[in-house]
Design a protein around this ligand. Structure first.
Ligand SMILES: Cc1cc2nc3c(=O)[nH]c(=O)nc-3n(C[C@H](O)[C@H](O)[C@H](O)COP(=O)(O)O)c2cc1C
Length: 292
C-alpha cells in the first residue's frame, strides 16, 4: 500500500448512522476482531474484551439505554468494548473502524449510553467497565466529510506557541463552513424528496450537520480567534450561538433522553437549517474586510 493509499483510507473513513439490513459475513467480522487485537497497547498488556451483539432484542434494549440512538438497533453487528484501559480500547476501535472502511462497511463509535443499564443487559460484572459501543454495518446514507482542523490549526514547532495561528485562518474556516452549509442545503433537499421531512434519514442528517459539522466549525473559529486575539462582534456572535446550541441540545437530551424526541429534533433542525448558516454568513461578510 502506498502512503497516499493509507492516507486516503484514513481520510475517507466516515461515521455512518444509517445502515442497510444486509448482514456482515463472518469472515469480515473476524477481520474486524483481528484488527482490534493488533492495536498498540501500553506494555503490550491489553486486557479489554469485546462483546459481539447481533441479537435484535438485545440491540433494541441497548438502543433504549443509549439515548434511543436507533442505529444501534439497525446495525447488523454491535461491538461492546469492556474492561482494561480505555486508551487501549480507543486504539483498538480506531483499527476496527479503518478495517470496516476497507471492507466497504462503516461504523459509529458511541460514548453516549447509560453504563449501568448496558452492564445489566449484557451481564457485565460490577468490577468491569463498559467503555464504548461500536456499531458496524453497510452504510445507507451519503457519507460526507464533517471537516477536520487544518494542519496549521494544530501544529507548533519545537516548543508550545511556536508557529502561532493567524487571524486569516478564521476566514479560511468560515469559507469551509459556508461550503458545508451549501452541501447541507443540497443534501437536505435530496433526502427530503426521498424520505420526507419527518424521517430518521433527515433527523440523522440534521443532527450530523448541527452537532458534528457546524458546532465543530464554530468551536474551531472560537479557538483560533482566542489564540489570534481577535475580538470582533462576529466572533462574539459565534460564541453565543455555540453556547446557546450546546445548552439547548443538552437540556433537550437531558430531559427526553431520546435523540428522536420532538424537542431534540426541533433544536437540531433550527440550528442546522437556520441559525448556524445565518451566523456563518454574517460573520464571513463582516470579517472579510477586517481580517484580510
Ligand atoms: C469517544 C467518542 C464518542 C462518540 N460518541 C458518539 C455517540 O454517542 N453518538 C454518535 O452519534 N457519535 C459518536 N461519536 C462519533 C463522532 O460523532 C464522530 O466521530 C465525529 O462526528 C466525526 O465524524 P467522523 O467519524 O466521520 O470523522 C463518538 C466518537 C468518539 C471518538
Amino acid at each position: 500500500m502506498t502512503p497516499e493509499e493509507v492516507l486516503k483510507l484514513i481520510q475517507e473513513r466516515r461515521t455512518a448512522r444509517k445502515y442497510s439490513s444486509k448482514p456482515i459475513p463472518e469472515e469480515q467480522l473476524q477481520l474486524l476482531i483481528e484488527s482490534a487485537v493488533y492495536a498498540p497497547a501500553g506494555g503490550n498488556k491489553a486486557s479489554w474484551k469485546v462483546i459481539i451483539v447481533k441479537d435484535p432484542e438485545t440491540k433494541k434494549k441497548l438502543t433504549k439505554v443509549s439515548l434511543n440512538q436507533e442505529f444501534i438497533e439497525e446495525a447488523p453487528v454491535v461491538m461492546v468494548f469492556c474492561g482494561g484501559r480505555v486508551v487501549n480500547v480507543a486504539a483498538a476501535i480506531q483499527n476496527v473502524l479503518l478495517m470496516a472502511h476497507a471492507l466497504g462497511l462503516e461504523g459509529c463509535w458511541i460514548g453516549a449510553f447509560n453504563e449501568a443499564e448496558v452492564k445489566k443487559i449484557l451481564s457485565v460484572p460490577p468490577n468491569v467497565q463498559v467503555h464504548y459501543i461500536v456499531t458496524i454495518g453497510y452504510p445507507e446514507e451519503e457519507l460526507t466529510d464533517p471537516t477536520k482542523r487544518f494542519p496549521e490549526e494544530v501544529v507548533y514547532y519545537e516548543t508550545w506557541g511556536q508557529g502561532k495561528v493567524t487571524a486569516q485562518l478564521i476566514l479560511k474556516i468560515l469559507k469551509q463552513a459556508l461550503d458545508k452549509v451549501n452541501e447541507f442545503i443540497k443534501l437536505r433537499e435530496k433526502i427530503v424528496a426521498k424520505y420526507g421531512e419527518e424521517s430518521l434519514h433527515i433527523y440523522r442528517l440534521e443532527e450530523k450537520y448541527s452537532a458534528f459539522v457546524f458546532a465543530s466549525l464554530a468551536k474551531r473559529i472560537i479557538d483560533i480567534a482566542k489564540e489570534a486575539e481577535v475580538e470582533e462582534p462576529e466572533i462574539k456572535l459565534i460564541e453565543k450561538t455555540y453556547r446557546d446550541y450546546a445548552e439547548k441540545r443538552g437540556s433537550a437530551l437531558g430531559t427526553t433522553k431520546d435523540i428522536n424526541s420532538p424537542q431534540v429534533v426541533s433544536v437540531e433542525r433550527e440550528y442546522s437549517t437556520r441559525i448556524f448558516p445565518e451566523v456563518f454568513r454574517k460573520a464571513y461578510r463582516g470579517l472579510l474586510c477586517k481580517l484580510k
